[in-house]
Design a protein around this ligand. Structure first.
Ligand code: C5P
Length: 403
């Protein structure tokens, strides 16, 4: 993407160097425009070296030759302003064009990501908030952060500039088609832990990655996502997703039961333990006391349960991770659990878990035999989002629907 990186004059400008470098590494072409005060925090040469492009500062600077501000406003596919200081925000929202960055901003019509950074009192002031509302009027602007934490003054509070990965995530999200607006999607993800005693568990190698990638994709497409996940699933800072952590299959079932009324769709991406120790101990058991035979109980099958209760009113998508006879087993689960679609995927000791790619196929109700496709988890999430975009919510699907 062709990106203009606007840098305001705050101490967080040093983090924009890292952002510039990461943008270039991700394949973007970056032109940096700094305010005069930003150059007192970081030298233009730093950005020139990191991006390989000239840096503009004053209104008359010509990083793109004569009338650079017009050429640059037309050239850019994305404008990122990080850090957005209070003064810069006020200038941009009032339409003042006293430097190259504000000149470009006034003529630029595309999407922007802004990352405010300032002291908490300044951020929370009604004037700042009013300027921000003005800035967003009639423009496609995503505001990332500011995050809570330690500020330049030594105090703690909201005001830290968002991290480069959050800014890049917001850029990516702006470019996704908004095909899932007004949809509410419940996702289960990750493993469950079934305790034998406080220090011993029955679990599986699931990392929750596909659930998290799905949450990110569906949120970027405009949906509201509620992600119910098992332990040790690292929640990325993907703004907008509602995360809820559970431990066991029973807890996951209860969480799904309590939230499904809000959703039009349930995606079961969790690797739920099929069994649990029948009578877990509340104290750690000594090794010599342990019996090698542990009586087990069967866990509830969340998707099967929800399929029985909600197949008329909710869109239900399951996952079937199998090592053999994958498509046939997935077809059988699709029918038995009353699902609308199932993602069949081949797993093995080194395949299917964590960040690895997938051998997968999305099977819809009524589909005949087909073949696997080798896809990344990002691509798979995008295919699932495409499918949900064409499947209309069922009547009475969620609490927001008219019936
Ligand atoms: O484990 P299995 O292959 O049967 O999983 C198929 C689908 O059912 C998946 O979507 C999984 O999340 C869901 N499932 C569940 N509760 C279980 C077992 C599986 O929701 N106890």
């Amino acid at each position: 993407m062709r990106v203009i990186l606007g840098v305001g004059g705050g101490i967080a400008a040093y983090k924009s160097c890292d952002l510039a470098s990461k943008l270039v590494q991700a394949g973007h072409e970056v032109l940096t425009v700094m305010t005069e005060s930003a150059t007192r925090f970081v030298g233009p040469l730093t950005f020139r070296a990191l991006t390989g492009n000239p840096v503009g500062v004053r209104s008359m600077d010509e990083p793109m030759g004569p009338v650079s501000h017009v050429k640059m406003a037309r050239w850019a596919e994305m404008l990122v302003i990080a850090p957005l200081t209070q003064n810069l925000l006020a200038r941009l929202s009032l339409g003042l064009s006293s430097d190259l960055l504000s000149l470009i901003f006034q003529g630029y019509l595309g999407p922007s990501v802004v990352a405010p950074a300032m002291e908490s009192e300044m951020w929370l002031s009604p004037q700042t908030q009013a300027r921000l509302e003005d800035l967003k009027k009639d423009r496609v602007i995503s505001v990332v952060g500011p995050n809570d934490g330690r500020l330049a003054s030594g105090q703690s509070g909201p005001g830290r500039m968002a991290e480069p990965h959050e800014i890049m995530n917001a850029m990516w999200a702006l470019t996704r088609p908004k095909t899932l607006q007004n949809r509410v999607i419940l996702i289960t993800a990750g493993p469950t832990w079934e305790h034998f005693d406080p220090v011993r568990i029955l679990t599986n190698p699931s990392t929750g990655t596909i659930g998290l990638i799905l949450a990110r994709e569906l949120t970027a497409r405009g949906a509201h996502v509620i992600l119910i996940h098992g332990p040790r699933v690292e929640e990325p800072l993907c703004s907008g997703v509602e995360y809820q952590e559970v431990v066991s299959a029973q807890e996951m079932l209860e969480a799904v039961e309590s939230r499904i009324g809000e959703a039009d769709t349930l995606i079961g991406a969790a690797a739920v333990s099929d069994f649990r120790p029948a009578s877990p101990f509340s104290e750690k058991q000594k090794k010599r006391q342990l019996d090698l035979m542990w009586p087990m109980a069967v866990n509830p099958d969340i998707m099967a349960e929800m399929g029985t209760r909600y197949h008329d009113s909710k869109i239900l998508i399951g996952f079937a991770a199998e090592t053999d006879n994958v498509l046939a087993q997935a077809q059988e689960k699709l029918q038995r659990k009353h699902l609308d679609a199932i993602v069949a995927n081949q797993v093995g000791r080194h395949r299917g878990f964590g960040k690895s790619d997938y051998e997968a196929r999305i099977i819809l109700k009524g589909d005949g035999p087909g073949n696997f496709q080798s896809v990344s988890k990002d691509e798979l999430a995008s295919h699932v989002a495409d499918l949900l975009s064409v499947l209309r919510p069922k009547i009475g699907g969620n609490s927001r629907s008219p019936l």
